[in-house]
Design a protein around this ligand. Structure first.
Ligand SMILES: *Cc1c(COP(=O)(O)O)cnc(C)c1O
Length: 560
């Protein structure tokens, strides 16, 4: 049983994140960043880490996804009811937006750990009497609107968040920025502490999450001046955040004492992007209990009691009998297949090798890599039947992502007599939990080195689902060929001196070659070997790639 880390200090760590995924009916997240934030909060509650979290209420959610019959994504509002789930607080702070005073209120949600720890999450909300109708909408749509809208949200999150914590009387020892969206908190701290850059740096921690330059928020200074005004002198802001435009990542880098990437590979890539900063790596993890399905929870409780609060115990998975592992897996698989058959006309069955792929539908994730050579895919499926289950939302402005989904709908039709394919709508944490436990193989084909970490494969491992993945992000650290799963394509070292075309050809070749000659034959012919790999996923991957290890490292390296 874990001890109490709350003895560390009465002061709190303030964890700021634009999105936090706490439950399926709180629509305050869009993908992995928010899910990670949710796992940070849950883990901190379990470990009694003195932490509070700050985010936006996002009343109208991200969006609810529907499809036309040919796979065109339809985006519908996805509102939720903070009133039903959160505790309203009387506190009001103000921030300046376009020269107006905008009033910000907060809602509290207490996440209780199974050990009695509590982490409060504060949801900031501008839907307050006295605000203009436009300002009341600032905290409505997660990642919605234009550049100005985004900047207003970041003002509320960063500046409003710091002011709200102060108003609530919570003493903060460190501010942790989960991605650059909350960098303005450091600007507010500069204002508060007489522009003392060193003092602010000593209080800030920054986790960067993407090596994609275009994904780092940047704002032109004319918009900054109009929307935010001069919170600190403009020349200082430019010195910290860039001369030409305000780069939120740069701002966070310059104002943080501890900076980290989310895997060793991502640290290396980030270090190259930002050579003048020391970047650490704390590889992401997932909250073991949350991401383990019911049947495996029961199994672990029986053979590895205490596993949920000491996930290292999962390394002793070999004491669980093979047939019980298989039964637990089949229970999860039947649940998923029943769900797929209830919402699609796929008519999938329990015994076919089932491959899952679900993540945000954006180009670098390459949902369609497995369809690169249709004739070859047909031949692979003749070796042994396969069925494919996809899910994932494309951002409303991501036309390439939407096209990728439409392509899958076309392949689904073209291959319907040979390979059953389903694209499930409205990927969310509930569907993720069902998919990462219910498939046999978890497929991951991002274009390296763009997947900073990836966490869904870690969730799969907790359920004995085997990873088949490009060597990027966390998988570089987790992969042992044929032991913990299988690689697709070259290692980072091999990649370094390989033209992109050759790399992709090798990826496609591995994808089909390993399916045909390794994965399908083992699944249908050598069940004992298969179960050994399932156990290795649990014993060698889940025991390490969990959020307890991650948070212990944050505490000892960054928070203390
Ligand atoms: C875990 C999760 C993600 C992140 O998955 P990646 O493999 O890191 O892309 C995204 N969305 C949801 C709903 C999740 O549960």
């Amino acid at each position: 049983m874990v001890g109490s880390l709350s003895v560390l200090s009465k002061d709190k760590i303030a964890y700021f994140s634009m999105e936090i995924a706490l439950s399926n009916n709180m629509h305050t997240y869009s993908g992995g960043l928010g899910v990670l934030a949710g796992d940070v909060v849950r883990t901190s509650a379990d470990l009694k880490i003195p932490l509070v979290a700050v985010t936006l209420v996002s009343r109208k959610g991200y969006f609810r996804q529907e499809f036309t019959p040919d796979g065109r994504q339809i985006e519908l509002p996805d509102p939720w009811n903070p009133e039903e789930m959160l505790e309203p607080l009387p506190n009001i702070v103000t921030v300046q937006v376009e020269g107006r005073d905008v009033r910000v209120k907060a809602w509290r949600y207490n996440v209780r750990g199974a050990t009695g720890g509590v982490v409060s999450v504060y949801f900031l909300d501008t839907d307050v009497d006295g605000n203009s109708p436009e300002d009341r909408e600032i905290t409505s749509y997660l990642y919605g609107g234009d550049e100005r809208y985004r900047l207003k949200q970041e003002i509320v999150l960063g500046i409003g968040g710091v002011r709200m914590l102060e108003n609530l009387g919570i003493n903060i020892r460190k501010y942790h920025m989960n991605e650059g969206h909350s960098s303005l908190l450091a600007v507010e701290l500069l204002r508060k502490y007489d522009l003392d850059v060193n003092r602010v740096r000593s209080m800030c921690i920054f986790t960067t999450h993407t090596p994609i330059e275009a994904a780092h928020d940047k704002f032109p200074y004319d918009i900054i001046k109009e929307v935010m005004g001069e919170i600190i002198p403009l020349d200082l802001l430019k010195k910290l955040g860039g001369e030409d435009e305000l780069n939120m990542t740069l701002l966070a880098l310059k104002l943080s004492e501890y900076i980290n990437g989310v895997s060793k590979m991502h640290r290396m890539v980030s270090q190259e992007m930002f050579p003048s900063y020391e970047i650490h790596s704390i590889t992401n993890g997932v909250h073991s209990y949350t991401w383990t399905c019911e049947s495996f929870r029961k199994l672990y409780d029986k053979y590895l009691p205490g596993w949920a609060y000491e996930p290292e115990l999962l390394s002793r998975v070999d004491i669980i009998p093979e047939d019980e592992i298989w039964q637990a897996h089949m229970e999860a698989k039947r649940r998923l297949i029943d769900y797929v058959n209830s919402v699609t006309d796929a008519k999938m069955d329990y015994d076919t090798l089932t491959i899952g792929f679900a993540r945000r539908a954006t180009a670098y994730k390459r949902h369609t890599l497995i369809f690169s050579d249709i004739e070859r895919l047909r031949r692979v499926a003749k070796r042994g039947r396969i069925q494919l289950i996809f899910a994932g939302k494309a951002h409303p402005r991501d036309e390439l992502g939407k096209k990728m989904i439409e392509e899958i709908f076309r392949y689904k039709q073209a291959l319907k007599d040979e390979i059953l394919i389903a694209y499930l709508k409205n990927y969310n944490v509930g569907l993720a939990a069902m998919m990462v436990s219910g498939v046999d193989v978890w497929l991951n084909t991002p274009l390296p080195p763009l997947e900073a970490s990836g966490t869904s494969g870690m969730k799969a491992a907790h359920n004995g689902v085997i990873n088949f993945s490009v060597l990027d992000g966390w998988w570089v650290e987790g992969w042992v060929e044929g032991i913990t799963g299988w690689a697709i394509g070259p290692t980072p070292e091999e990649r370094a001196c390989m033209p992109l075309g050759e790399q992709i050809a090798m990826e496609i070749n591995d994808l089909y070659g390993k399916l045909e000659h390794v994965i399908i034959p083992m699944y249908y012919g050598r069940r004992g070997e298969w179960i050994k790999l399932m156990k290795n996923s649990i014993g060698k991957l889940a025991s390490h790639f969990n959020s307890y290890r991650m948070m212990y490292r944050y505490v000892t390296e960054a928070y203390l």
